[in-house]
Write a protein that binds this ligand. Structure first.
Ligand code: C5P
Length: 238
């Protein structure tokens, strides 16, 4: 079950991050996002690789197709295992990301990173889609259209809130591997997350992976928090 938990490394300070990784026995996946990649970059990725950890590089690429292809090639060379692109960047852009992985695999004979599509950020709602992006569709309609684009580009993994997970399962069955943030065990503070689900409920709703940060790294005993979450997921599966 621990391979379904992705620990978000959003805490501050290089040593604190590395110490957390070392203290979490049994944790397999770690997410490095824009803040800590910008601060610590390749050396942080190398620390994780040294420890044989799986890396979810969450930089949400969105640029012209050729640039995204180059970024994915660079990420593949770093040895990351999953990385995110914005579906709103278009089918051609996502297809180029996939092409970069395929070329990396053909050249090196090893598995490249899984490309994960991001649809509509949870910070957007129907109102700001319309006001800031001039989009008349509502969030749910947009999520489905952007998921379809990801599918058309050959992408089979997607980031989705628990609410969207149900929608995606209804419309696409088991096609997508779903990665869900906004997870809070009953014993944890919600922080700034507004719509949260428990680890167990996320998996019951169809998530393959859960992303969870503060309930683990903000806990007085991160290892204990991780074990509680792992146990909760085990209980769902038994
Ligand atoms: O600390 P917490 O468990 O809230 O961290 C959740 C992680 O998932 C953060 O890295 C956050 O940026 C990310 N995330 C999210 N909601 C999204 C997409 C990503 O919370 N819709």
């Amino acid at each position: 079950m621990s391979e379904r938990i992705i620990v978000a490394l959003d805490l501050k300070g290089y040593d604190n991050i590395v110490n957390l990784v070392d203290s979490l026995k049994g944790a397999v996946w770690f997410k490095v996002g824009a803040v800590n990649f910008t601060a610590y970059g390749v050396s942080l990725i190398k620390e994780l690789k040294k420890r044989d950890k799986k890396i979810f590089l969450d930089l949400k690429y969105h640029d012209i197709p050729n640039t995204v292809k180059g970024a994915v090639e660079a990420a593949a060379s770093l040895g990351v295992d999953m990385l995110t692109v914005h579906s709103i960047g278009g089918v051609e852009m996502m297809a180029k990301a996939k092409e970069a992985v395929k070329e990396y695999e053909d050249k090196n004979g090893v598995k490249g990173p899984e490309i994960v599509a991001v649809t509509v950020l949870t910070s957007m709602n129907d109102d700001n889609l319309k006001r800031d992006m001039f989009i008349e569709l509502n969030v749910k309609e947009m999520v489905l259209k952007l998921a379809k684009n990801a599918l058309n580009a050959g992408i089979s993994a997607i980031v989705a809130s628990a609410k969207e997970t149900e929608l995606l399962r209804e419309n696409f069955g088991d096609y997508f591997k779903i990665i869900t943030p906004g997870i809070r065990p009953v014993w944890a503070a919600k922080n700034d997350q507004k719509r949260v689900v428990t680890p167990g409920d996320a998996v019951k709703l169809g998530s393959n992976y859960i992303v969870i940060g503060r309930p683990i790294y903000g806990h007085e005993n991160p290892q204990k928090a991780f074990e509680l979450i792992r146990k909760e997921l085990e209980d769902v599966n038994t």
